[in-house]
Design a protein around this ligand. Structure first.
Ligand SMILES: Cc1ncc(COP(=O)(O)O)c(C=O)c1O
Length: 385
C-alpha cells in the first residue's frame, strides 16, 4: 500500500492536480510530466533529424513489447492500433460467420462494441444482447444465449456507465465450453491493476492508452492469443499489416505471421512516445499498489455516499476504479462539481467519479461535501448495506 508521502510525490508529477480535483480518468487520464516529456522527445527527434522513421519504427516496436509485458503476453501477440475500435474491427473483419454466426454481448458494452458487431450482420453475423437486471449483468443472462452456434463473446471488464465489473472468468469458461471465442474490452480498467492475459483465458484483449494508462488519445493495443493469429485473415488491412511492410509490393497480400496482421497503416508515432511514459510511470509505482489505493478510495467513497443516503449504481463491494452515483440531473451535478474545481463526468442518470493512484482521501471528502450540499440532484432514500 502506498504511503501518503508516496502519493504526494506521485501527485507532484501531474500539474493539473494543483488546480483541480481530478475524478475523470474514466474519460481521460491526467497529464503527467512524464507523458509531456515523451511528447517533447518526439518533437525533438523530428526537429533534430527531419524524418527519423527508423528510430520511430523502433519506438513503435518498443511500445508493443512494453504493452505485452504489462499484460503478460508475447510481443508477437500484440497489435499496435490507433484506437480500440480499429483492433475490434480488424478481428470482426477476419471472422467468417459461416459455421458459427452468433455474437453474444451484454448491454453494458461500450457502444462501439455494439456498432462494430451489428455492422457485421451484413456479412452474416447474428448479434444477440444479454440483458441486465438493473445495474447488474449476471452470468445467467449469458447462459441463456451462448450455445454451439456462438462465434464470439465480447465482454467489457468494467462498464463505462455504472462501474459494474463483468464476471469475465465465468463468461470465458462458458464461452469456451461452447467452443466460442472471448474478447475482453478492458479499456475501463487497464492501468488500475496487474493484468495477466493468459490467466484470464481470453482470446482477444483490447484497450487504449488515454484513460487509466495515463496516455494521449490515438493509441490502443489488441492482444490476440498466439494459436489464433495465423487462422485469422483480416479484410481490414494495409501495408503495416504485411509480413514485410518495407517490401513495397503492391501486388501481393502477405499478412504478417504475428498479431501485426491486425494493424493497417503508419503508426501514430507521437502517441507512442507519450503513451510509453505513462505506462512506465505506472510500472514504476507498481500496479498492485495502484489497485490497493484505488480500492481503498472507492470503498470510502461508496461508504460516504451510503451515509448520505445516495443510491449508487456501482455494487457496494466494488474495488473501483469507477464509482457511479444515481442522479436526478447528472449533467447539472457535473456542472456544480466543476464550479468547485472537481472534474468528473456523467452518462445518462449516472454521476461518474473515477479514481486513480493520484487521488486522495481529501478528494473523496471534498466530493462528498459537494454532494451533501446538492442532495436534491441525487437519488436518495434508504440504501442497503
Ligand atoms: C470500454 C470502452 N471501450 C471502447 C472505448 C472506445 O475506444 P476507441 O475510441 O479507442 O475506439 C471506450 C471509450 O470510452 C470505452 O470506455
Amino acid at each position: 500500500m502506498l504511503s501518503s508521502s508516496q502519493v504526494l510525490s506521485i501527485r507532484a508529477r501531474f500539474p493539473v492536480l494543483r488546480k483541480k480535483i481530478y475524478l475523470n480518468s474514466c474519460s481521460q487520464g491526467a497529464l503527467s510530466d512524464a507523458v509531456e516529456n515523451g511528447m517533447r522527445e518526439y518533437l525533438a527527434s523530428w526537429h533534430e533529424h527531419g524524418s527519423p522513421w527508423d528510430v520511430w519504427v523502433e519506438r513503435y516496436e518498443a511500445a508493443r513489447t512494453q504493452f505485452a509485458s504489462l499484460i503478460g503476453a508475447a510481443a508477437d501477440e500484440v497489435a499496435v492500433v490507433p484506437y480500440a475500435s480499429a483492433g475490434i474491427n480488424s478481428v470482426a473483419s477476419a471472422l467468417t460467420y459461416r459455421e458459427r454466426k452468433k455474437v453474444v454481448l451484454g448491454e453494458f458494452e461500450f457502444p462501439t462494441m455494439g456498432h462494430i458487431w451489428l455492422a457485421q450482420q451484413r456479412r452474416g453475423a447474428q448479434v444477440e444482447f444479454a440483458n441486465a437486471e438493473g445495474n447488474s449483468l449476471s452470468i445467467h443472462a449469458y447462459e441463456r444465449l451462448i450455445d454451439k452456434n456462438t462465434l464470439i463473446v465480447p465482454v467489457t471488464g468494467v462498464c463505462f456507465m455504472n462501474g459494474f465489473r463483468s464476471p469475465v472468468a465465468d463468461i470465458a469458461g462458458l464461452a469456451h465450453a461452447n467452443g466460442a471465442l472471448v474478447m475482453l474490452d478492458d479499456y475501463q480498467d487497464c492501468g488500475t491493476r496487474p493484468v495477466d492475459v493468459r490467466a484470464s483465458q481470453v482470446d482477444f484483449y483490447v484497450t487504449g492508452t488515454l484513460k487509466y494508462l495515463l496516455g494521449p488519445p490515438g493509441l490502443a493495443f489488441l492482444y490476440v492469443r498466439q494459436q489464433l493469429i495465423e487462422s485469422l485473415e483480416p479484410t481490414i488491412t494495409g501495408w503495416f499489416a504485411q509480413a514485410n511492410p518495407f517490401a513495397f509490393d503492391v501486388k501481393h497480400l502477405d499478412p504478417s505471421p504475428t498479431a501485426r496482421r491486425f494493424e493497417a497503416g503508419s503508426p501514430p508515432v507521437p502517441n507512442v512516445y507519450a503513451a510509453m511514459r505513462g505506462i512506465e510511470l505506472l510500472q514504476e509505482i507498481g500496479l498492485d499498489n495502484v489497485a490497493a489505493h484505488i480500492a481503498d478510495l472507492g470503498q470510502t467513497l461508496l461508504r460516504g455516499a451510503r451515509r448520505l443516503g445516495v443510491k449508487a449504481k456501482t455494487p457496494a463491494n466494488s474495488v473501483g476504479p469507477l464509482i457511479v452515483l444515481q442522479s436526478k440531473d447528472a449533467a447539472a451535478l457535473v456542472a456544480k462539481l466543476a464550479a468547485e474545481g472537481i472534474v468528473c463526468s456523467s452518462r445518462h442518470d449516472g454521476l461518474r467519479l473515477s479514481l486513480h493512484v493520484y487521488n486522495t482521501l481529501e478528494d473523496v471528502v471534498a466530493v462528498l461535501q459537494v454532494l451533501e450540499r446538492n442532495l436534491d440532484l441525487l437519488d436518495t432514500g434508504p440504501v442497503a448495506g
